[in-house]
Design a protein around this ligand. Structure first.
Ligand code: PMP
Length: 368
């Protein structure tokens, strides 16, 4: 077979970027978009109105640079998280992707390594490549679980500078026990590793699942990242954040671009945070749809993973690419994450979830 043309062949691109593919979940115009784990509920009117009013006010000051330290936003985020956190413990960026990039810019880089445990969030290796950080792939058990013993042993062996623990994990949906995070933190002491717990989906966790925020006290190498993109239904606003020791948050100021959070972004996020209860009002409904998906998939003879998130990863499919295409033909876009026999679906509104479940059952019956 002939090699595909390298579109960058003539460019003096860095070697470690050659052959990589950009992040590219399909953005298609279909009725039921359940492929990127957004919150598919529209923003409550009260939140829209406050954002519109506050952005209008901020617009009057757009001739000036915004507050470089986004002080009000840090205060509001600390207050939302609780756990005795203060503004000094918080950092934010344009989506948690940017926060993760800041972390790698500060603690990764040439000659350094970051470790993740695939299947996990697909941006970790890309962010590593972009910052010229070596990406070390750990492994999970066949059922995609990661135990404290296994994770700690792998970190001890690899001696990475940065460890990504995604909890709840994307694409599998399952949260890690705090014992895994504690064990990885201890194992990382040998290489002074920064341990990032990516809790993008934390608000959807099942009752009893604990956040790594409870572990921050006394652990200066631990970072917990969060986002307003999922539970808060604000993916379009691009606001992610993290909690860590003040020195860690401070270190981020060395790598961020000046004024990286625009006045419009800050006004939007601050306005939304005035209505936390309204913003989170749909979380329970989404969790119900998620649990409904798990139950229904089991009834159909498939194998859904236990989910602490707003999506469900499921196996037992003979031909996932066919099922994905047939769902799309019926106006339902979900995600083929490239894992044999598996697909991933976002829990949407009740109507979207019904569209997915009835279409899937139809497809399975056709091919039976
Ligand atoms: N972490 C995980 C696990 C994610 O799934 C995502 C988005 N899909 C992100 C981080 C980044 O989200 P954002 O940049 O919108 O905060």
């Amino acid at each position: 077979m002939s090699q595909p043309m390298d579109p960058f062949a003539q460019l003096p691109l860095r070697d470690n970027l050659r052959g990589l593919k950009p992040y590219g979940a399909p953005q298609l115009d279909v009725v039921n978009m359940l492929n990127v784990n957004e919150n598919t509920h529209p923003l409550p009117d009260v939140v829209r109105d406050t954002i519109a009013a506050d952005v209008r006010e901020a617009a009057a000051g757009l001739n000036r640079y915004p507050d470089r330290e986004f002080t009000e936003l840090r205060e509001r985020l600390a207050q939302y998280l609780g756990h005795n956190l203060t503004a000094a413990d918080i950092w934010a960026g344009n989506g948690s992707n940017e926060v993760l990039q800041h972390i790698l810019q500060a603690f990764g880089g040439p000659g350094r390594s970051a470790m993740g445990f695939p299947p996990t969030y697909s941006m970790y290796p890309l962010l590593a490549a972009g910052t010229d950080t070596e990406y070390i792939k750990g492994f999970r058990a066949d059922d995609f679980e990661l135990t404290a013993e296994s994770a700690a042993a792998q970190v001890t062996e690899a001696q990475p500078n940065v460890v990504f623990l995604c909890s709840p994990n994307n694409p599998t949906g399952t949260a890690l026990g705090l014992d895994v995070i504690e064990a990885v933190y201890e194992a990382g002491a040998a290489s002074n590793a920064m341990v990032i717990v990516d809790e993008a989906y934390a608000e959807f966790s099942q009752v009893g699942t604990q956040s790594a925020l409870t572990l921050l006290e006394g652990r200066e190498r631990l970072i917990v990242s969060r986002t307003m993109s999922k539970a808060f239904a604000l993916a379009g606003a691009r606001l992610g954040y993290m909690a860590a020791a003040p020195a860690v948050a401070d270190a981020m100021r060395l790598v961020r671009l000046p004024y990286h959070l625009s006045a419009v972004t800050q006004a939007t996020a601050n306005a939304a945070l005035k209505h936390v209860d309204a913003l989170l009002a749909n979380v329970e409904d989404i969790k119900m749809q998620r649990d409904r998906i798990v139950d229904e998939l089991k009834r159909m003879g498939l194998h859904p993973a236990s989910s602490d998130s707003n999506f469900v990863f499921f196996g037992g499919l003979e031909d996932p690419a066919h099922v994905w295409q047939e769902l799309l033909n019926r106006g339902v876009l979900i995600r083929d994450v490239g894992i044999p026999g598996h697909l991933r679906v976002t829990a949407g509104t009740e109507a979207e979830t019904t569209a997915f479940l009835t279409s899937l059952e139809e497809i399975l019956n056709e091919s039976a």
